[in-house]
Ligand binder design. Sequence first.
Ligand code: OGA
Ligand code: MN
Length: 198
Amino acid sequence: MEAKFEELIEGFITNKIGISTSFLSLPLAAALLQNIHKLNRDSRMERAGVGNGSVKDKTQKIRGDKTCWIDSKSKNIAEMEFLDMIKEFMGHLNKTCFTGVNSCEFHYAMYDEGAFYSRHKDQFRNDYNRKFSIIGYLNEDWQVSDGGQLIIHREDEEDQEILPNNQKAVFFQSDVLEHQVAVANRVRMSVTGWLKRS
Ligand code: OGA
Ligand code: MN
């Protein structure tokens, strides 16, 4: 486990974004994916958007994903395993980088075919406690032609494109680095969340 944690932290320190290609085990990724399918069947994946009326309309033009929060006290085996792993990662991060993170929140995200998320920074202003983002991807056999790349924009440097391949995790400060999700040409699933210090 520590090797995966180090991969994320090392990439974050040297390149502002850590990537671990097999952060989630195959069974865990498969179980989390099944959870999203079930939530979607039960109409519990909801179009992302804040506010009502025109604010919501505007948000929905910017992002087309559907989300559902994971209960921090969930008794679902896969969710418990995932959150335990994140807690272990937070402990490792605090020990090695003195970050002082002490809680987290995660949601599932689903982009239907044709959905995207325009260039943005995550708004941490309405939650100062959010310090880092982690996204874990749940998409088997994802090809470049499937689109849906996480594109990281940097000043004076070429954009970095990251495919949302199954088991992969990325770790970065999404309120600092501008990023977007390219149009997904097939359904694109993830678990997305924030590490917090309160
Ligand atoms: C987000 C986001 C990127 C991704 O949910 O804010 O930028 O790769 N997601 O899913
Ligand atoms: Mn974002």
